[in-house]
Design a protein around this ligand. Sequence first.
Ligand code: PRP
Length: 208
Amino acid sequence: MQKIKIAMTKGRLLGHTIKLLEKAGIDCGPLKEDNRKLVFLLPDYNIEVILLKAADVPTYVEHGVVDIGIAGKDVLLEQEKQLYEVADLKFGKCRFAVAGKPSIKDGKKHLVVATKYPNVAKRYFTEKGQSVEIIRQEGSVELAPIMGLSDVIVDIVETGKTLKENGLIVLEKIADLSARLILNEVSYKTKKKEMAVIIDLIEKAVNI
Ligand code: PRP
């Protein structure tokens, strides 16, 4: 049986990913060890797992360094890589939104937008015909309107707690997000049999 390589996202999504794989009948014991390893072998179905930062998962999948990835729809929309998105895994649910201070005036001709997702923001405002300047941020995006760096932000909202605690509100919803199962296009031809078994187990487990 050929080895199947799967890239997973470290952090928030990992616990949900492990739960889903275990529901699918794939033992994830090695992944639950408390250590700093980044590569793990799951003996069931000859799977090798690598752990990456969210934004790097699509890159590894697109290059065919791994066969399968589990990534947030946020990074998929931002990066628009060449890969197959085959299933909504229904966890990591959140949304892309435009947020700002409640006092922001409607109908500004030009908006300054701070975001970790410049492509998503640019596409959204271009489609609306809104003129914008995008300022790319690495995190703590909520600070930008508070400090006067931007008029609004485009960011992920999950519980809404971060916005609320920083005196910001959702102004417009852009899109619903969740974790997705993604595949390398070439692997899916050359290792179709082995991959289909794993994909099928995962897809069935989503609805359990
Ligand atoms: C994300 C996002 C928001 C927050 C939203 O940030 O950028 O700040 O989570 O979650 P909430 O609606 O449940 O409060 P993350 O925790 O990834 O940290 P960052 O600000 O460093 O990017």
